[in-house]
Design a protein around this ligand. Structure first.
Ligand code: CUA
Length: 330
């Protein structure tokens, strides 16, 4: 019972392929259950026959040599089963690739060692949005995610919503899916891409169309300059003095970090609305002002090998004031 409980615990939660939150993931989960049930049944019958052959009296055992068992069980049954599975799996594959439905929302995702850059290109009246390690999806809207890599091979995977797809340098891959259930999910890089591969996770939030539109409008706005003579203004000064803006963009609040070089110029995550994120460093730490200050000084201890320089020499007071500035970026 305890073992069953432990095993079933893997069937739910924000990152389970067995707790599907949309039609594509439902097809994949159904295929998985069909394969599991079929394999379990065939295993049970095979084991039954094995025990029969080993433990039955010799005259009874002789029946197992009959042609029906060899031709039927050895040739006809596997052929029919495999052909049926091929047809079924091909149909699931067609639905998973989603070539037939035309996407209503396009999102560009770029894999970096070790974080995800997320960009919603401008479409009609909808403004462009750039963020990191978070994906927002309107409910019941087919989305197309275009995947690129900035360095090595990564794999984009939101187990509860879609299949996984490799993100290969020099190539553009496309994955389509629809979120059918409101809520938060977890995505994870699924291809070993270096020491911090495990800390290359992202949050996915599926919400109503209205909430999504509001999110998009809020995130497309430039950041406000902090009030002069405040700790945040001192933090902004320190952010510029310590060259944070060389790698991080804060649209509006930091000079010289404008639009235009989105895919190559941004070496680190766009921080324009960082205070609205739920986590830091590819979900290494939950977002809080204290954790931002900690991350600035100790990021090489928290996520060794990441591209951000270590600022252990930075006075704690300065790190705190930078965190105060970043915390105004709502
Ligand atoms: Cu990126 Cu593993």
């Amino acid at each position: 019972m305890l073992l069953c409980g432990a095993l079933l615990a893997g069937c739910g939660g924000v990152q389970s392929a067995l707790d599907p939150g949309g039609p594509v993931a439902e097809s994949i989960a159904a295929l998985w259950w069909v394969l599991l049930a079929g394999a379990a049944l065939i295993y049970a019958v095979t084991m039954g026959l094995l025990f029969y052959a080993v433990f039955r009296r010799h005259d009874r055992r002789a029946r197992l040599r009959e042609g029906l068992l060899i031709v039927g069980g050895g040739l006809v049954f596997p052929t029919l089963t495999l052909v049926a599975l091929l047809v079924y799996a091909t149909d699931v594959g067609r639905r998973v690739v989603g070539l037939s439905d035309s996407p209503a929302l396009e999102i560009e995702v770029t894999g970096h060692q070790w974080w995800w850059e997320v960009h919603y290109p401008a479409a009609g009246d909808d403004p462009p949005v750039t963020t990191a390690n978070e994906l927002r999806l309107p409910l019941d809207v087919p989305v197309e995610v275009t995947l690129r890599s900035d360095d090595v091979i990564h794999s984009f995977w939101i187990p509860a919503l879609a299949g996984k797809l490799d993100v290969i340098p020099g190539r553009v891959s496309v994955i389509r899916f629809t979120a059918g259930r409101e809520g938060a999910y977890r995505g994870q890089c699924a291809e070993f891409c270096g020491a911090q591969h495990a800390r290359m996770a992202f949050e996915v939030v599926a919400e109503s169309g209205g909430d999504f539109a509001e999110w998009r409008r809020a995130r497309s706005r430039d950041a406000m300059l902090p009030v002069e003579d405040s700790r945040a203004a001192a933090g902004r000064r320190a952010f510029i003095d310590h060259d944070c803006a060389e790698c991080h963009r804060v649209r509006g609040a930091v000079a010289g970090s404008g639009e235009g070089d989105r895919l190559t110029g941004l070496r680190g995550p766009d921080l324009t609305h960082v205070a609205r994120r739920s986590a830091l460093g590819g979900r290494t730490l939950p977002y809080s002002r204290e954790n931002v200050a900690r991350w600035i000084r100790d990021n090489q201890q928290l996520k060794p090998g990441n591209r951000m320089p270590d600022f252990t020499e930075l006075p704690e007071e300065t790190a705190r004031s930078i965190a105060d500035f970043l915390d105004t970026l709502q």
